[in-house]
Write a protein that binds this ligand. Structure first.
Ligand code: GUN
Ligand code: ZN
Length: 450
């Protein structure tokens, strides 16, 4: 048996695929539950029809393997559910790593001029293709993605995701003030375009829609009210926005909304706090905000590389845990500096350390998989290897580079091995990526062989 799969042929319907390797997934938050995860050193996934049939120790499952099953041997590699990035801007792909003194300058100087280009459908399509491929190269199989204000930019991302059979969410940005004229919608057109996109894409196959007001400063009260109406009309739509990212921004919101108790309260007043709502950054919150966030069931998208790069601030894990916030991990490209969830973990760990908090690698892998699936309400679909879940997973190579290999060989515990991936890893450790049980690139290989 080789450790490199050769994808020997198209699987007849009903054929079981057996993936053998070191298998890890999460059931609950390992920070609070000793039995939060399952790990099998010599494990296997049984996959049929693109879904997980079973996960467990290879010896325990071997009696359930049909004679005609196809075995793919990854012994020695670590197999985890595909990563879920809960906040990433696809139109900012090409302005990643743009130097700036901070958020508001960065938006004006780089972000808005680049987002203007997405009015052109062919441009949007080309970036959406690159973006989805780059996500996959980094082991991210699902994401809550930002488009631009142009409805066609969301169309392009949905189409690229559909072509790759990805479980993805996006929405057109809504902003009707405090931004350049060329990126402005109105309360009416923003709501109408969002509703049109929802009827076209929401719950189509693996796709779903997110109502996407950019942030409080770029929406009038009328537009926020329209967002709230949309949210009521579509109770299973996702919601995404930014909150309390930067001190100047927080001050600006206080001036724009003098009646609101806090920045978060602006959104609360318009009915935008609920399960399936994702708040990017959430750094400058007070205890009432955190209580309200926790009670509402909304989630935080923690974006550590972006918060460091733009000098925005440090997410407070002590307070987050004290209130049991639904925290998830996100890259926030292009404010964030990497598509890699490993680089994101690296930054998350260091940010937590600056606050005197030890963020374990187990917790970080949980945040990047099951925590996001739970916050999305999709734990029955993605984020773990529970039976019935869609078989999106990644194969990690502990010997991907000479240094990672040396460190891996010294790892005495699972935590140490995961920590080595989190601190040293990036796209180089992603050996293979599977979407609905099929390796990315497999269809191309099979088509070429036919
Ligand atoms: N706040 C409003 N828009 C943005 C954006 O595009 N990126 C980040 N990081 N923060 C924002
Ligand atoms: Zn963002």
């Amino acid at each position: 048996m080789t450790t490199t799969p050769s994808f020997p042929g198209a699987l007849p319907a009903g054929t079981t695929r057996v993936i053998r390797g070191r298998i890890l997934h999460f059931l609950r938050d390992p920070q609070f539950h000793d039995d939060g995860y399952e790990y099998w050193e010599d494990g296997a996934l049984l996959v049929r029809g693109g879904r997980i049939v079973a996960a467990g120790a290879y010896d325990d499952l071997s009696s359930r393997i049909p004679a005609d099953a196809e075995l793919i041997d990854y012994r020695g590699k670590l197999i985890v559910p595909g990563f879920i990035d809960t906040h990433i801007h696809y139109p900012q792909t090409d302005i990643i790593a743009s130097p700036s003194p901070g958020l508001l300058h960065w938006l004006d100087t780089y972000t808005f001029p680049e987002e203007r280009r997405f009015a052109e459908p062919a441009y949007a399509r080309a970036v959406a293709e690159f973006f989805t491929d780059e996500l996959l190269r980094n082991g991210t199989t699902s994401a809550l993605v930002w488009s631009t204000v142009h409805a066609t930019s969301a169309d392009a991302l949905f189409a690229a995701s559909e072509a790759r059979n990805l479980r993805m969410i996006t929405g057109k940005v809504m902003m009707d003030r405090n931004c350049p004229e060329f990126l402005r919608d109105t309360a009416e057109t923003g709501a109408r375009d969002s509703a049109d996109l929802m009827s076209k894409w929401h719950n189509k196959g693996r796709l779903a829609y997110a109502i996407t007001p950019r942030f409080a400063p770029t929406s009038t009260e009328a537009q926020l009210a329209a967002c709230g109406e949309l949210a009521r009309a579509y109770p299973d739509a996702f919601i995404q926005t930014h909150v309390a990212e930067n001190r100047d921004e927080v001050k600006w919101v206080a001036e724009l909304f003098p009646d609101a108790r806090s920045y978060l309260d602006v959104y609360d007043r318009y009915g935008l706090l609920r399960p399936g709502a994702f708040y990017g950054h959430a750094i400058y919150l007070d205890p009432d905000d955190r209580r309200r966030l926790a009670d509402s069931g909304a989630a935080v998208a923690h974006c550590p590389t972006s918060n460091l790069f733009l000098g925005s601030g440090f997410y407070d894990f002590h307070q987050s845990d004290a209130h049991r916030l639904n925290v998830t991990l996100a890259t926030d490209v292009g404010g964030g500096t990497s598509f890699s969830m490993f680089r994101t973990m690296n930054a998350a760990h260091k940010v937590a350390r600056m606050g005197g908090y030890h963020l374990t690698a187990l917790r970080m892998f949980y945040l990047a998989t099951r925590a996001a699936a739970d916050a999305l309400g999709w734990a029955d679909r993605i984020g773990s290897f529970e039976a019935g879940c869609e078989a999106d997973f990644v194969v990690l190579d502990p010997d991907a580079t000479p240094l990672i290999s040396r460190r891996s060989s010294r790892s005495e515990t699972l935590e140490e091995q995961l920590f080595a991936f989190a601190m040293l890893g990036d796209d180089r450790v992603i050996e293979d990526v599977y979407v609905m049980g099929q390796a990315v690139g497999e269809r191309t290989v099979l088509a070429a062989a036919a």
